[in-house]
Design a protein around this ligand. Structure first.
Ligand SMILES: Cc1ncc(COP(=O)(O)O)c(C=O)c1O
Length: 378
């Protein structure tokens, strides 16, 4: 076992800076600076008009009545469960193949995560496996729209309806993603978005909860705001968190939303270019694209027999890339036995290539050349 030290946390930045082609980088510039300047000049840096504008635009984009900005998506998921009254003794169904926060949030809300396998093609939750996992203690299902592709919301909503269960959509990677023309985050009772640095738009850190329910909106607002609906007063109806964002983040969010159309277009074009340049390469396949989903690629994902060796070759050429998520049932902090063949196969074979929206065609061509070189080597 490797010796882990806290210094690795800080060394990471140096490693990333050394990459000639970064695995991911946000697109920030003059638009964000102009917005930030306005906020600083106004001398109001806790949530204000910019944050409200950011929320209004998010709600419109995702076809819901309310969007509430919060400090991250992990917190969004926790308060989503708390607003639905989920806690100790309750079970929540979630896919094992996801970023850890989809599952940790359930534990942090006091409930028990029940892990299920994914669909082998879409890499999203297998709705039939979810239905088989339902018990009298089940209180919600969390589909994850992983890698910017919508989960099968027809199947999930049908299961939820049959068992009268609420759905919380983990749309951390799902900004502007749609399933059969309808934005993700608008199917279930609550949807959760992330604006961490590697998401389509970023506030550095950040998230949002989406809902069209007046009652859930009030609960969520109290949970994000120290248990009260107002500010500047000290009577608290609930025990809440402080998950407010800063107005600096709200301002960056407004600028980033202004670029979203370009970001979405670039991400989709880049993914298509990768496919063209790597077409016909034996030993490599791209992950499946569900035609029912409007995909906003969170990553450009490929499946190979030996991802570690390919990553080593690309990193030696200054190209940042990553393995897929280690499924949650295999994580040191969870001890789950069960059958998750599709999650394990995805992990064994998957890797993500550089996927920043502003990556140039020449950079993508360089990455692809190095991928070909790897497979051609004797
Ligand atoms: C699927 C998924 N869920 C939840 C989260 C948690 O988001 P945050 O980092 O904003 O807490 C992430 C973050 O990457 C994610 O990818």
């Amino acid at each position: 076992m490797t010796q882990k030290t806290a210094t690795a946390y800080y060394e990471y930045e140096e490693k990333i800076k050394g990459e000639r082609i970064p695995y991911y980088e946000p697109w920030l510039g003059d638009e964000e600076l102009a917005q930030l300047t306005e906020v600083i000049r106004a001398n109001w840096i806790s949530e204000g008009a910019k944050t409200r504008e950011f929320e209004r635009r998010l709600a419109k984009l995702h076809g819901v009545k309310y969007a509430l900005a919060v400090s991250n998506c992990t917190g969004a998921l926790i308060i989503a469960m708390k607003a639905l009254g989920i806690g100790p003794g309750d079970e929540v169904i979630v896919p094992s193949f996801t970023f850890i926060a989809s599952v940790s949030s359930i534990r942090l809300a006091g409930a028990t995560p029940v892990l299920v396998d994914i669909d082998a093609r879409t890499l999203n939750i297998d709705a039939q496996a979810a239905e088989r996992a339902i018990t009298p203690r089940t209180k919600a299902i969390i589909p994850v729209h992983l890698y910017g592709q919508a989960a099968d919301m027809d199947a999930i909503m049908a299961v939820a309806a049959r068992h009268a269960l609420p759905v919380i959509e983990d749309a951390a990677q799902g900004l502007a993603v749609k399933f059969q023309g309808k934005p993700v985050g608008s199917f279930g009772e609550i949807g959760c978005l992330s604006f961490f640095t590697d998401k389509s738009i970023t506030l550095g850190e950040g998230g949002a909860v989406l809902t069209s329910s007046d009652q859930l909106y009030e609960e969520l607002l109290m949970l994000k705001n120290d248990g009260r609906l107002e500010r500047g007063m000290y009577v608290h109806d609930r025990v809440g968190y402080n998950l407010r964002i800063t107005e600096l983040q709200g301002a960056v969010g407004v600028a980033q939303l202004g670029k979203l159309e370009t970001i979405v277009r670039r991400k989709r074009e880049n993914a298509d270019l990768y496919r063209r340049l790597l077409e016909g390469l034996p030993g490599l396949e791209f992950t499946y694209r569900d035609p029912r989903s409007f995909i906003v690629p969170h990553r450009v994902n490929v499946l190979v027999d030996d991802p570690d060796s390919l990553i080593a070759h690309l990193e030696a050429n200054g190209i940042g890339c990553r393995r897929f998520y280690l499924p949650v049932h295999m994580q040191p902090c969870y001890d789950v036995t069960g059958d998750f063949p599709n999650a394990e196969r995805a992990y064994r074979r998957g890797l993500s290539l550089p996927s920043a929206p502003m990556l140039g065609e020449d950079q993508i061509a360089f990455v692809c050349e190095k991928v070909w070189e790897f497979f051609r080597a004797p």
